[in-house]
Write a protein that binds this ligand. Structure first.
Ligand SMILES: Nc1ncnc2c1ncn2[C@@H]1O[C@H](COP(=O)(O)OP(=O)(O)OP(=O)(O)O)[C@@H](O)[C@H]1O
Ligand SMILES: [Mg+2]
Length: 506
């Protein structure tokens, strides 16, 4: 059996490892933009091949897959989905685990995802407004007297998935700071307009969403066009430093287990999150007329206004979240892939181990703001000692070049521990971090707190507060309802305003 993977990072290393551990002993081939040492090793060990090519070039990827006569392909990251790699493979009759372009739009266009939620009246949605220019956006945002108040206290986003860049949450509640915050909003919508110039595939440019609050989590699922099978809930930690301080990164580490839902969540919250993701899949299948086959995930938040709510959709596994769920997966990933391809997920059993899993990333200083500084440092890793400590290493943003390992500017590698106790897993990984060094003395950083008792307690408190609020709303029959007002008019229902606007836009 031959399997072809696409993508560069630690998520892809984890997928490749899971595939190569299958009972079918497949040969692993992988298309990457840079030579990831983990993928390189797996390809060699299974007598496959690592091929350097542009992972967004559908024609090229299609050609390679056809030439190699692979049995199926597995797409790791989102951009190849947006560039139609799964569609091109399908055209060449090569099965693919990857969302086709028309359904991956729920990740690609954050604006389209919100519109779909309201048009199909799905649960877990937020008030939103889209704009085609910064001028248009600013006119609405600055018009304090004639603008609904939710439009003051907002998340400003690029309307397209932009790889973790550009989202700014602005709490604008104090009148004496309004002018300063207004200036910032004006600056940021300009920035967003400029930023979106590098993308021509989405009409909307700026997305403004109501600002909500609560614990965040990711719910990843296998889907075959008919059946959706959820994987364990994972929590990623985006801030660069301990206790959620510092810039947002692609994710500094994640926790999951021992159950399907996180310890600070409730089973019914897991179930309603699954229903929300199912609803999204149904809606996009209905809208596009295409089957959703591969991976779908909700990056979610348990909010006061809606309970489980979608922040954004993924058309692929998360990174680092993939490492948690794949290490917990008991079933053979190749069997699952075939069940997806042949649309018989409902007929197979997908099982997960009841263990705690912790993943932590280590990154060169400079990441994420100054990636150039974080690039080209020679890496030295004592993997044997990591394994002796019962941890696993997955290579991320690292390039094997002329026999030397070099940092490539983003998260260098991720270390995974599994066990009974999350806190112990966390500490075990912390010990391993001393086995990772840069030979030129350049600094590295990681988060020691992910999975710790202290951080979990903090999450519990947050979850408890959000839960009490949304359950109060359920009791009063006002879940999902909003009240707003205009100074000269009085009370207004912003949900009705939004629905009217959407109808008007046809
Ligand atoms: N409506 C919102 N209210 C409050 N916070 C939000 C809202 N939308 C986003 N955020 C915060 O900003 C973060 C980033 O937003 P989002 O996930 O939409 O984009 P992204 O980070 O660019 O994508 P990626 O997850 O791929 O990095 C979220 O994880 C969340 O913490
Ligand atoms: Mg996100």
């Amino acid at each position: 059996m031959k399997i072809l993977g696409i993508g560069n990072g630690a998520r892809e290393h984890a997928i490749a490892e899971k595939l190569c551990n299958s009972k079918y002993n497949p040969k692993i081939y992988w298309i990457t933009d840079i030579r990831n040492p983990g993928l390189n090793r797996i390809c060699k060990e299974t007598n496959g091949e690592l091929l350097l090519a542009n992972t967004l070039d559908a024609e090229k990827v299609g050609e390679i897959a056809e030439r190699l006569k692979v049995d199926f392909a597995f797409v790791g990251p989102e951009e190849p989905n947006f560039y139609g790699i799964p569609d091109e493979l399908e055209r060449r009759k090569i099965p693919c685990i990857g969302a086709s372009k028309d359904v991956a739009i729920i990740e690609q266009s954050k604006a389209m995802m919100r519109r779909l939620q309201w048009e199909y009246d799905l649960p877990g949605k937020l008030l939103f407004k889209t704009f085609k220019s910064s001028e248009e956006a600013y006119q609405v945002l600055k018009n304090y007297e004639n603008t609904l108040t939710w439009l003051q206290n907002v998340a400003l986003k690029p309307a397209r998935q932009a790889g973790g860049k550009g989202v700014k949450v602005v709490e604008d509640r104090q009148i004496y700071l309004h002018e300063e915050k207004s200036k910032f909003k004006s600056f940021h919508v300009n920035w967003l307009e400029n930023y979106m110039k590098s993308y021509s595939d989405i009409d909307d440019k700026i997305l403004v969403e109501e600002n909500v609050w609560g614990p965040e989590y990711t719910l990843q699922c296998f889907v075959d066009g008919k059946t959706l099978i959820p994987m364990p809930m994972v929590q990623d930690n985006k801030n660069a430093h301990d206790f959620d301080i510092g810039t947002e990164t692609g994710g500094m580490g994640s926790i999951a287990g021992p159950k399907m839902f996180l310890s600070f969540m409730k089973e019914e919250e897991f179930q309603s999150s699954v229903e929300i993701v199912k609803g999204m899949v149904k809606a996009i299948q209905d809208r596009s007329g295409k089957k959703y086959k591969g991976i779908v995930a909700g990056q979610m938040m348990m909010t006061e206004v809606e309970g489980p709510t979608i922040i954004e959709m993924y058309s692929r596994l998360g990174d680092p979240e993939a490492l948690n769920v794949l290490s917990m997966l008991k079933s053979d990933l190749v069997d699952i892939c075939y069940a997806i391809i042949e649309e018989r997920l409902s007929k197979i059993k997908v099982e997960f181990k009841e263990i705690a899993t912790v993943v932590k990333a280590i990154a060169p200083k400079g990441y994420p703001d100054f990636r150039n500084l974080a690039k080209n440092h020679p890496v030295q890793v004592d993997e044997e000692s990591i394994i002796k400590n019962n941890c696993k290493l997955f290579w991320g943003s690292c390039e094997l070049k002329d026999g030397e390992l070099l940092t490539a500017g983003s998260r260098l590698l991720e270390i995974l521990a599994e066990g009974e106790d999350m806190n112990e897993c966390s500490e075990r990984i912390n010990k391993c971090m001393s086995y990772v060094k840069l030979k030129d003395g350049w600094g590295l950083y990681y988060r020691s707190d992910i999975g710790s008792k202290e951080l979990l307690e903090r999450r519990e408190k947050m979850a408890d507060r959000a839960r009490r609020l949304y359950q109060y709303r359920i009791e009063k029959g006002i879940l999902g309802k909003r009240v707003d007002w205009l100074p000269k008019i009085g009370k207004i229902d912003p949900v009705r305003v939004l629905r009217d606007e959407l109808k008007g836009n046809g």
